[in-house]
Design a binder for this molecule. Structure first.
Ligand code: ADP
Length: 537
């Protein structure tokens, strides 16, 4: 080996070291042999002084105290070891983090007088450390603030839970959850699958996210989406589960599904209604047109036989009239239903004797009903009952129900109209011995555009909006309507109207004026013609 001078060798060793040696005289307070440090900081030898006060000007103000304390401990002989981290200003690259370590030497009196040591640049280390702790802090925050419930558990026992995890199980504090078994929070129906999944994770396998029924602390069931993964450290396997409560989401999806099905059904019913209504509008129109054509033909071919033409005219004009009424009824119903839907149907409430209204309108169609070979019975347990109602709408309701009763009752059958005065309500009961309504159709009978069975409606024409309008009109009075029916035996419609009068509304005066009475009579005939227009005798 090449022999070299020992002092040269020492200098070489020092120069090749990544640490910078320094010496500090505690008596003169001067730093010596700090060339490497001065070089590293980018200063020129001439710019640097040996005295401690100069060096203190380079130290970051926040670190001066710690450095002086460490020095004082040496000066006051508290310790022989010097170790301190501080920031020192470099010439061109801002502050550098330095770690200085030294050892003090004592004089013969046991006082520290001299110190030697080395410094290393730990700026990069500090930077990495800071980034790491920032990342750790950030991750911690992400987990803490995560909207998902985060749970860590070892051997099935929960060791960590975040804020959302507490809320998810309805817990107030960590103690409610930590230390408990995760499977305790799983609904018994899902425990077997969950424990299998935990075993798989513990053995290092991966599992897919899964919908699991879970239990809150109060026993409430919740539906959750769970994603789990395992983390192994020091022979222990920790499982992390991210759990989301999807109960509300599921309920909404289910509701939306039902809503969609309902919308599709409504759309189907509407389409069906339009096709029915087109048919219902076309049939009377065709009849009217054919009647006109026939009349025209008879007129052109009657060879001036006035009698022939008059007989035909009477017959076809009646047919045209009835079919015009049919069109009117349908259109009136559609208009009123739309008005009711948009809240624009005006209700004209006055105090009326409801018994009189029901009796009069029933009797006004008595001839018509009896001409169809059907018995009509009107009965009441009270002669007068004043309630607040819209007389016109009540007549419409009764006519509608009576026209249905006639439509679906064969000759020799019976239709009965009963008025009953109860404590809180007036009941109007319209029953018939007609074909009845199948029990499975009873629920939908008041729904718009529903008709029970085409076979049953053979005697009549209808669009299936009459009863929905009746129901809406009854409800506009604050009343309710119910149906009871036995298929093949008959049907009973019961209207219950609230037994109350309105103090602010006066009884309409019954005019004795002859022209007003006649006008009233004509109005009623017109109304009956419309409501009964879809019945053919
Ligand atoms: P439509 O115009 O078809 O008569 P409604 O809404 O008045 O419409 O009645 C709906 C359905 O209810 C009818 O198609 C019929 O099948 C059934 N219905 C109504 N009233 C009676 C009744 N008194 N007897 C038997 N079925 C009835």
């Amino acid at each position: 080996m090449l022999k070299i001078d020992e002092s040269i060798r020492n200098s070489l060793i020092v120069a090749s070291m990544s640490e910078w040696i320094w010496e500090y005289d505690l008596l003169t307070k001067e730093l010596d042999k700090a060339e490497a440090l001065i070089n590293f900081l980018g200063y020129d030898k001439n710019e640097v002084e040996k005295g401690v006060n100069f060096w203190l000007t380079l130290i970051h103000t926040d670190d001066i105290k710690a450095l002086l304390n460490a020095l004082n401990d040496i000066v006051s002989n508290k310790t022989n070891y010097f170790a301190v981290t501080y920031r020192i200003k470099s010439k061109h690259a801002g502050y550098k983090y330095i770690r200085s370590t030294g050892k003090a030497f004592k004089n013969e009196y046991g006082n520290n007088i001299y110190m030697a040591g080395y410094s290393i640049d730990i700026s990069e280390q500090v930077k990495i450390q800071r980034e790491l702790s920032e990342t750790t802090e950030r991750n911690k925050k992400i987990i803490e603030l995560s909207p998902l419930g985060v749970y860590a558990y070892e051997k099935g026992v929960i060791t960590y839970v975040n804020e959302s995890g507490l809320k998810l199980f309805g817990a107030k504090c960590e103690d409610d959850i930590i230390g408990k078994c995760i499977l305790d929070f799983v609904d018994p129906c899902c425990r077997k699958t969950s424990s299998k999944r935990i075993k798989l994770l513990e053995n290092g396998y991966k599992v897919n996210s899964k919908e699991i029924n879970m239990l809150k602390l109060n026993g409430d069931k919740i539906i959750c989406d769970a994603y789990s993964t395992s983390v192994s450290h020091e022979n222990e396997t920790e499982i992390l589960s991210y759990i989301k409560d999807i109960t509300e989401q599921k309920r909404m999806t289910e509701e939306n599904k039902k809503l969609l099905e309902y919308t599709i059904e409504c759309d189907r019913v509407k389409t069906e209604f339009f096709s029915n209504i087109s048919h219902d509008l076309r049939t009377p129109l065709n009849i009217i047109l054919s009647s006109i054509q026939l009349l025209n033909y008879i007129y052109n071919n009657s060879d001036n036989n006035y009698n022939d033409f008059t007989t035909a005219f009477e017959k076809y004009i009646n047919i045209m009239k009835q079919n015009s009424y049919r069109l009117l009824k349908l259109i009136n119903n559609i208009i009123d239903i739309s008005k009711l839907d948009s809240g624009f149907l005006h209700m004209n409430f006055s105090n009326h004797n409801i018994v009189e209204i029901v009796e009069n309108i029933t009797l006004s169609v008595a001839d018509y009903i009896e001409n169809n070979g059907i018995n009509l019975i009107f009965d009441t347990d009270t002669e007068e009952k004043i309630i607040a109602c819209d007389a016109d709408k009540i007549e419409r309701i009764i006519l509608n129900l009576l026209s249905n009763a006639v439509k679906y009752t064969k000759s020799d059958g019976t239709i009965k109209v009963d008025v009953k005065n109860e404590e809180n309500a007036v009941l109007i009961i319209i029953s018939d011995t007609g074909c009845g309504i199948p029990s499975n159709k009873l629920e939908s009978i008041f729904e718009r555009f529903r008709q029970v069975d085409e076979e049953l409606t053979s005697k009549s024409e209808g669009s299936g909006i009459g009863l929905s309008l009746v129901k809406a009109l009854v409800e506009a009075h604050g009343g309710i309507i119910k149906v009871c029916s036995t298929y093949g035996v008959g049907s009973t419609f019961t209207i219950s109207l609230p037994n109350k009068t309105s103090e602010n509304i006066e009884m309409p005066s019954t005019s004795s004026n002859a022209s007003a009475t006649e006008e009233n009579f004509n109005r009623k005939v017109h109304k009956i013609s419309i409501e009964f227009s879809d019945i053919y005798s």
